[in-house]
Write a new protein. Structure first.
Length: 60
């Protein structure tokens, strides 16, 4: 079993863990409807994806 020879300092542990955080979700404004949506996802309000009608529009 592998056992570390020296204690990892808090500074070194913090440097290692600095990239472990979760990234905030990205949203873009849709060109047609002006609603916020995720990139590369269907706009659920209009039902369009990249200018093509993919789904029936929602009636909210």
């Amino acid at each position: 079993m592998a056992v570390p020879k020296k204690k990892t300092s808090p500074s070194r542990k913090g440097m290692r863990q600095s990239h472990d955080r979760l990234a905030a979700a990205t949203y873009i404004e849709d060109k047609d409807s002006g609603e916020l949506r995720r990139p590369h996802h269907i706009d659920l309000k209009t039902g369009k994806y990249r200018g093509r009608q993919v789904l029936e529009p929602r009636d909210d």
